[in-house]
Design a binder for this molecule. Structure first.
Ligand SMILES: [Zn+2]
Length: 82
């Protein structure tokens, strides 16, 4: 039975993840249908723990950069988005 995946992040974080997936997608598609999903897209539909872990690390990275380099939060958020 398939598990339901719940997004616990913001809309902005979801868009960042989707942009990253699009840039690195290796799905095998024929006639507009996905034949074999890539690892990233497979994760999106099946691995709640991995998705939550990505969110956690994204937020932790921003905090660590702020603390380590005494940057303002807005500058860090901009650099993490890239
Ligand atoms: Zn893909």
């Amino acid at each position: 039975m398939a598990r339901r995946i719940i997004w616990n992040g913001t809309t902005e974080e979801a868009l960042a993840l989707l942009h990253a997936l699009r840039a690195h997608c290796e799905c095998q598609v024929e006639d507009g249908r996905t034949i074999v999903p890539c690892g990233g897209h497979a994760m999106l539909v099946s691995d709640q723990r991995a998705i939550d872990g990505l969110l956690f690390m994204r937020r932790l990275a921003a905090r660590l950069l702020t603390e380590e380099f005494d940057l303002t939060a807005s500058r860090v958020t901009e650099s993490v988005r890239v």
